[in-house]
Design a protein around this ligand. Structure first.
Ligand code: ADE
Length: 225
């Protein structure tokens, strides 16, 4: 699977790519990530990529010309399953969407900055608009890292224990149950006995019950879906 990420701050993404599980996936050729500097597609002398908004108002808008040049150049080299724009006014991202997107081969991600990108770029090129939550980040790069990480770890071979991604929170519509490791007694706080019993059926049952209980307490909305 390949991501082409369009950004005005490539350094912000290189930190994430140099140190995460994703780095290993790239080294093992399970993932390919191409970071594209939008300024390389600006035709102005000062490599300008943003300008004042028509109609007035605070905040700059990312210009359509560099974006169109960049997107068309990338499109001439690959066929994209989706051109994704990361924006707080997009559809809220969730595990279901991550699962779906992990089956695709080529995704372009556009990171917004300032007030966002010119609406015409959205109308002309973007096929999917994603928000990672109801809050505003100063740029789309952190959101891109979130999306790439959450999709990347679903690709077979990227995380060591392949079954582990299947038991994550949300994969069965519930939050994950509590987990414990050694020691079994820490300052009198003991691990639930059933987990030490070796009774697999009883342990599975306990985990299901705890997952349901946690979901009911913290995310009752998940039980209504
Ligand atoms: N850019 C700024 N805020 C964002 C958010 N919440 N999700 C995705 N991209 C963003």
């Amino acid at each position: 699977m390949r991501f082409d990420v369009v950004t005005v701050l490539p350094e912000l993404l290189s930190g994430f790519l140099d140190h995460s599980i994703i780095k290993r996936a790239v080294e093992r050729q399970l993932l390919e990530i191409n970071i594209v500097n939008l300024r390389d597609y600006s035709t102005s002398k000062h490599k300008q990529v943003d300008d004042y908004q028509y109609g007035g108002g605070a905040g700059m808008v990312m210009m359509i010309e560099p974006l169109a040049n960049c997107i068309r150049d990338l499109q001439s080299k690959s066929k994209f399953d989706d051109i994704i724009y990361l924006t707080p006014d997009g559809k809220t991202y969730d595990q279901k969407e991550a699962n779906k997107m992990s089956l695709q081969k080529n995704l372009m991600i556009i990171c917004g900055h300032y007030k966002g990108i010119d609406q015409r770029a959205r109308d002309m090129f973007v096929t999917k608009e994603i928000s990672i939550g109801d809050f505003v980040l100063s740029g789309g790069e952190i959101a891109a890292a979130v999306v790439i990480d959450s999709i990347g770890r679903l690709i077979p071979g990227v995380i060591n224990d392949e079954t582990s991604a299947l038991t994550d929170s949300f994969q069965d519509g519930l939050l994950a149950p509590p987990v414990y490791t050694r020691p079994s007694d820490f300052e009198g706080n003991v691990v639930p006995e059933i987990l030490l019993s070796g009774n697999e059926a009883a342990i599975l049952n306990w985990r299901n019950e705890k997952a349901y209980e946690r979901t009911k307490n913290f995310r009752p909305d998940l039980l209504m879906e």
